[in-house]
Write a protein that binds this ligand. Structure first.
Ligand SMILES: [Zn+2]
Length: 373
């Protein structure tokens, strides 16, 4: 048993340190073991978060949307631990840096689940017990508490991944796997149903739980961007939804590296470079068009229209009735169905303005976009 724990522990350390650069400043000399273990766990959770994020994208590509949600939740939870460990290390005078170039190995979703269950989550109880025992004599309560959070969250992952793996293995689809997951942003607790009273791990209020959708990274990056107004943030999220649910995905996207230094990226982008999902890459490559459209849409002044624009509005009212118009419905009623081009323009305008009922501004913008097609 001790031998097993030792092997697991060595494997864990090897995994944890892979591809990481850690720079230590003057560390607090009272907690040397605690600082060392926190660095290992920081690296471990960072690596796990990236790996599970990559697995989520693979699951998406293979149409396993429930498992995409599961891996996204794991990645979100692990990022909570990364932040917590980083903060503790910083308080101890240890600065950590990561290496964004580290390689991630991704297989089929079924195999990714198996690896997660049989390797990543195997032996977590011995592993965490060992680490906590090691730092206990130093008595850093907050570190012990946060490591316990990560341990208990890993126990929850084990149950959820086991459930998903069993469901996937079953050809008859027996044992359905959940497709909604919630993460406590204090401790990383990960559940398919929000607890009734309090977080079972950190005992905090259930209001700390948020749904960890596969889009959480994008939403986080946009929410953190102080250069965007609330209206612009909402628009960026709607555009991303449009990409996420509708656009055909080409996996061979090459992002122009110069874009990350541009003012355009600073304003509308997703923060520091990391592994971006295909949808995020499409969003980044479309920034120029999106920003131009947003500006064009907002520059239309309904009180300052030229003659041809006024005439167009009159024709539209004559044809479809007074506004605001649900143009999609109206065209469908009059013409039976919409062309693909009309659907695409309407999707885009609805994403820009955030509603289906079009007033004068949206109708003018619709005309302008159609003229460009
Ligand atoms: Zn919690």
């Amino acid at each position: 048993m001790r031998k097993n724990a030792f092997i697991i522990s060595c494997m864990f350390l090897a995994l944890a340190w892979g591809g990481k650069v850690i720079a230590s400043a003057e560390a607090d000399s009272r907690f040397p073991e605690t600082a060392a273990i926190l660095q290992i766990l920081y690296a471990d959770q960072l690596s796990a978060s990236r790996t599970h994020w990559a697995y989520a994208q693979k699951a998406h590509a293979e149409n396993h949307f429930d498992i995409e949600c599961l891996f996204s939740a794991l990645a979100a939870s692990e990022s909570v631990h990364v932040d917590n460990f980083q903060k503790l290390l910083s308080d101890l005078g240890v600065e950590v840096e990561d290496d964004p170039e580290s390689e991630i190995s991704v297989s089929s979703t079924k195999f990714n689940l198996k690896i997660t269950l049989n390797i990543d989550l195997a032996g977590i109880d011995q592993k965490y017990l060992l680490l906590i025992e090691k730092i206990k004599p130093e008595g850093h309560e907050s570190a012990i508490g946060n490591i316990t959070y990560a341990w208990q969250a890993a126990q929850q992952y084990r149950e959820l991944v086991n459930q998903a793996y069993s469901a996937l293995k079953s050809f008859l689809g027996l044992g359905k796997s959940p497709d909604e997951f919630f993460v406590c942003w204090i401790c990383g607790s990960t559940v398919a149903d929000i607890p009734r009273e309090q977080c079972p791990i950190c005992k905090g209020p259930i209001s700390n739980y948020e749904e960890a959708t596969p889009k959480w990274r994008f939403y986080d990056a946009i929410n953190d961007n102080e250069l965007l107004t609330d209206e612009e943030k909402a628009c960026a999220k709607r555009i991303f939804d449009l990409i996420y649910y509708h656009q055909e995905k080409d996996s061979d996207i090459a992002i122009d590296r110069n874009i990350f230094d541009s003012d355009l990226y600073k304003k509308w982008g997703l923060g520091p470079k990391r592994e971006f999902s295909i949808e995020e890459q499409i969003y980044i490559m479309g920034l120029l068009d999106m920003a131009a459209m947003w500006e064009e849409y907002n520059s239309i002044n309904p009180d300052d229209l030229d003659e041809s624009q006024k005439q167009y509005l009159e024709e539209m009212r004559e044809k479809y009735g007074p506004g605001p118009l649900n143009l999609r419905e109206e065209i469908r009623k009059k013409e039976g169905k919409l062309s693909e081009a009309q659907e695409a323009v309407l999707d885009l305008i609805e994403a820009l303005c955030g509603h289906e009922e079009f007033g004068d501004v949206e109708l003018i913008f619709f005309a302008a976009r159609q003229a460009k097609q």
